[in-house]
Design a protein around this ligand. Structure first.
Ligand code: ADP
Ligand code: ZN
Ligand code: ZN
Length: 692
């Protein structure tokens, strides 16, 4: 074998393009697929991954022009056969250059390390023996069901605190006994420390953590520990999927319904979809765990493509359930018993917001007062995933939505717009259901905090807003500070809902819990239920009985009634089957595959022109059960000064979707549209989750 095909770490088109290199004398017999190697590329040197070896090159042209491989970054095989296949699959599914897929799969600390560092074998800490808790009967049943299932994938569907994590630990223990490695995926970095200690206590010296906020040294240590098999558990958010495991036996994905399993930049992969593939390629078992599974996963489980085990009771019986109270905001609006806010928040575009931007119902104020008196703690949750503004009926709480797409219409200066299909209508003054007056409402965490201080001047509050969440150190500090009871109230968006265990929290207030509030997303209902279940779960975790106050314009909405019934698998299943029915009717996942084509650039007119042109071109793609929606401005029209337009593609067959995306990429890069729209970037997002 005198030639090697290499995936070179440069952004190239077509995505799956390898380069031939000659194997030099000095490396003959030493080169194998999966190695990291330095190669000349253009006038510089870069690194690549050896993919295949061959006798002859397919290079058409002067064969003497073929360059030689330079030297090893790491002589040991870094990518196993399964990982090479996995990388190719990622490249094809997510329309991303193969060399850059490899880059995403390897921490910088490895690519840049010296051979000496990589070959180092530090002393392994003595592995202390450990014993796990004895499983209860229900958990034992789940273990048996997992073991006897012929399917590669298994959903453990259990209410919060039902002992799912304990089951994961026992499954991992079996893997360790068989000398196999496990990957444990968790949704958020902030949750890793808590979970890490639980896993580390169970398996001392076996857990390697992977996440992007690690120092290079930490990254390298974790990676090498798994690579050399010194540790058998790789734990972290979605990128832990790329841990260099050699004999993978198990992938556990905790809170599988979480949106953060989707990467929203560069290689835009969905970790759940990718985990399914990796498990298949490595012959490993995939365990998905959740109290509120995604519609996709539950549908697979109910149609027997995924194994299913349920845990319907809490493992520790003494923990009490919080009581749920739903407050009718439109009544408050009519009675004017709420406190109007003097604050206005600009939601991106300049937009007038009504003074009743914020709400503290008397019920919530009363409960907060009680909490302060009892010296306990509260969490105030603001469901603001999107734009923070909506047009609602003051009388009945109605919000207009697109009939075709079942998503909320978003108010703009002089129109209401569907951000999926582009449907436009006038801004209604009167409600089409009850003729009540329509109003613009909006809100933000900062204004909420200021309001809170007006009611309780002495209250100590902490805020988990975007700045804090994006800064890991600040985030950990804030959570610790709240946990140390240095504040009475924690205010925040999604982040406050996630898994934290604050035993002194006895009240959770949901400021505005309307489904789909200003969020054009077909997953709204599902996400709202999952989120509210999770938020409610923060109240009353220990001996103190908890209370949840949910404020809404539409308290009669079914999900609130269901939430009042408490956490119950049957209730959730009934709710989700209706969601699934709607999805079927409108051809959304799990009944179709989706892809989003997004256009971004500083010049609004150019971005729009590019989107419109690609959209027109897509008319030529004729396939059955294939839908092109758009082109429309993205719900969040401008991010960091860049304008955004999008086209949504929907098909019952992923192959059709793939063909049309390939065709679009060919037009864009190959046929020169890219040059015509020089200041516009085209981004392909397969399996989109954010939709914004
Ligand atoms: P989940 O992951 O479903 O939220 P956990 O595994 O965290 O549930 O369990 C909830 C609580 O119950 C934890 O405090 C855990 O230590 C305890 N627990 C779970 N299983 C058992 C068991 N078999 N025996 C005793 N305590 C258990
Ligand atoms: Zn109305
Ligand atoms: Zn629409």
């Amino acid at each position: 074998m005198s030639f090697a095909e290499v995936a070179v770490s440069v952004p190239l088109y077509p995505n799956k393009r390898f380069f031939d290199y000659k194997i030099p004398e000095s490396l003959l017999g030493k080169v194998t697929p999966g190695q990291l190697i330095v190669v000349p590329f253009g006038r510089r040197k870069t690194w690549g991954v050896v993919w295949r070896l061959k006798d002859k090159t397919d290079f058409e042209g002067d064969a003497s022009k073929i360059k030689e491989l330079d030297s090893f970054v790491f002589e040991k095989t870094v990518f196993s056969k399964a990982q090479l296949e996995f990388a190719e699959w990622m490249c094809e599914r997510y329309f991303y250059p193969i060399g850059e897929v490899c880059e995403a799969m390897l921490p910088a600390a490895i690519r840049k390390a010296s051979q000496k560092l990589l070959n180092a074998t530090p002393k392994v800490k003595e592995k202390l023996s450990h014993t796990l808790r004895v499983l209860n009967e229900e958990q034992e049943r789940v273990m048996a069901e997992v073991a006897s299932s012929p399917l590669a994938e298994h959903l453990i569907w259990g209410v919060t605190g039902s002992g799912k994590t304990e089951v994961y630990l026992h499954l991992i223990q079996k893997m360790i006994q068989e000398d196999k490695t496990s990957i444990v995926l968790v949704p958020e970095i902030a949750l890793t420390p808590q979970l890490f200690s639980r896993f580390e206590n169970a398996f001392p010296g076996e857990v390697a953590v992977f996440h992007s906020a690690q120092t290079e040294k930490e990254q390298r240590t974790s990676w090498l520990d798994i690579f050399y098999g010194r540790k058998k558990i790789a734990l972290g958010p979605r990128s832990a999927l790329f841990a260099p495991v050699s004999s993978l036996g198990l992938i556990v994905m905790d809170e599988e319904h979480e949106g953060s399993y989707k990467q929203e930049e560069r290689l835009r992969y969905h970790a759940r979809v990718a985990a399914q593939k990796l498990a298949e390629l490595s012959g490993a078992k995939l365990i998905l765990g959740s109290a509120t599974p995604s519609a996709e996963t539950l549908f697979r489980a109910l149609s027997q493509k995924t194994g299913l085990s349920k845990l319907s009771a809490r493992a520790v019986k003494t923990a009490t359930r919080p009581t749920v109270e739903v407050v009718d905001l439109k009544k408050k609006l009519a009675q004017k018993t709420f406190q109007p806010s003097p604050y206005k928040e600009d939601a991106g575009e300049s937009f007038p917001l009504e003074p009743e931007s914020l709400f503290f119902s008397e019920e919530l104020v009363y409960e907060l007062g009680q909490v302060l008196e009892r010296k306990e703690q509260a969490i105030l949750f603001l469901n603001r995933r999107g734009l923070g503004r909506a047009r609602v009926c003051k009388k009945c709480g109605y919000q207009p939505s697109c009939l075709q797409c079942a998503v909320t219409l978003i108010p703009h200066k002089n129109k209401m717009l569907c951000h999926y299909c582009g449907f436009e209508t006038f801004v209604p003054e009167k409600c089409e259901k009850c003729s009540g007056e329509m109003k613009e409402v909006g809100f933000g965490t900062q204004a909420l905090e200021e309001m809170l201080q007006k009611f309780f001047p002495k209250i100590r509050s902490l805020r988990l807003d975007r700045d804090v969440v994006q800064d890991r150190k600040k985030l950990v500090e804030t959570l610790k500070s709240f946990s140390d009871r240095e504040a009475d109230v924690l205010i925040g968006t999604q982040m406050v809902a996630k898994g934290h265990d604050f035993p002194q929290v006895s009240l959770v207030g949901v400021i505005l819990a309307d489904i789909g509030f200003s969020m054009p997303d077909f997953r709204n209902e599902e996400k709202a239920f999952q989120l509210l279940t999770q938020v409610a779960g923060r109240a009353g975790r220990a001996e103190i009985p908890g209370k949840v106050v949910i404020q809404s314009f539409r308290p009669e909405e079914k999900i609130f009634q269901l939430l009042k019934e408490g956490e119950d698998l049957g209730v959730y299943e009934q709710f989700l089957s209706e969601v699934i029915e709607t999805r079927k009717y409108l051809n959304y996942p799990p009944f179709s595959s989706l892809a989003m084509i997004q256009f971004q650039g500083l010049d609004a007119a150019e971005v729009e022109a590019a989107a419109v042109m690609v959209n027109k071109a897509l008319d030529k793609v004729k396939a059955e059960n294939f839908w092109v929606l758009g082109a429309v401005p993205s719900p969040i029209v401008k991010v960091r000064n860049k304008y955004r337009y999008q086209i949504l593609l929907k098909s019952e067959s992923f192959e059709v979707l793939k063909k049309s995306l390939t065709w679009v990429q060919d037009k864009w890069v190959g046929a020169g549209l890219e040059k015509k729209f020089q200041n516009t970037r085209l981004i392909i997002d397969v399996d989109p989750v954010g939709m914004m």
